[in-house]
Design a protein around this ligand. Sequence first.
Ligand SMILES: Cc1ncc(COP(=O)(O)O)c(C=O)c1O
Length: 381
Amino acid sequence: MISLWLSRLKKSLTEREAQGLLRQLHARTSSEAHLNLADNDYLALSKDPSVIAAAESALREWGASSSASPLVSGYTALHEELEKKLAAWHGYPHGIIFNTGYAANAAVLGGIPREGDLVLADRLIHASMLSGIESSGAKLVRFPHNDLDTLELKLTEAVNHTGAVFVVTESVYSMDGDSPDLKRLSELRERFGFCWILDEAHATGWHGATGSGLQEEQGVRGAADIVVGTLGKALGSQGAYVLSREADVRASLINFSGEFIYSTYLAPSSAAAGLAAIKRAEALAEERAALHVLSREWRGALTAAGFVVPEGHSAIIPIVLGDANRTVHFAKKLKDAGIKVSAIRPPTVPAGTGRLRISLRRGLTSAHLNKFITAMKEAAL
Ligand SMILES: Cc1ncc(COP(=O)(O)O)c(C=O)c1O
């Protein structure tokens, strides 16, 4: 007889498959020659010689693992140097490294808001933040995506709230590539006195004069109370970080976050790669302007070809196709043409908004753009 728990699993999987939404793993090989418009290596730093050399040298000096959780012996001089560098880069006095952005968000949102508090969160915040908020016991109220008028209304309604109030946003949204007005958020913060938690995961490297992110680009460096960022996207490495103006945020995470305390710490080679990547990202000041031009060119070419894409200059371009099967059809046709894109379907995005998510990267040429637009037009036939 099939056990209850297993029949439950089978039922959920069968339902998901029937909806055309089954997720499956496909192992890629290192020799795969597709034009990669799917990953988050926006500055192509994961293969940068200086980043690889730094990781290699750390591997030889420290070995392949940190071999322990950070409070035991996993925290090395490299982790310390990295947290200090990241904090200074973003304009904060305190920082702490986490193993992943998911863990960092779950720890911050799960540990800092408490029962009786109110969390006002953008409708499209990342699953990791949502998971943290849900475990915190705080009341979650979501506002429409990037709608700061509605946020202001909700803040006004909450002026007599007795618990703490948090506002949670990203700076560049992972599935939409768009951004809120950070200056206005910073003004709202001044006026209402909430704690602003900002995820800069997809902005760092691509935005800002020195590449630290969208706070820097929009002239509000250091405005958010707590910033979460990752090393696994434009910084070409692995791991994540939490920055704050208050030393107690760092101390609380070290003392109370299970994600931090009970897990083997990030490998020293990943910390070394992150440090080298920051150096490279800072040095790309002039190229960053060209990357923003590239983003506008790709959006313009897609619009001219009849696709609906938002304006902007981030590294992420969503092409909303609606139906999940249509989205998969486009991704398959592009793959046949030698182009890898991600087909994003519900539940990652709202129902009816299946999309191709195009990640731009340093090194893309007009030949790549032509190849991509030709394949998109053929897929649409
Ligand atoms: C906005 C955002 N925050 C956090 C994360 C998680 O980061 P990591 O991949 O380092 O776990 C992601 C990953 O996709 C993300 O898009």
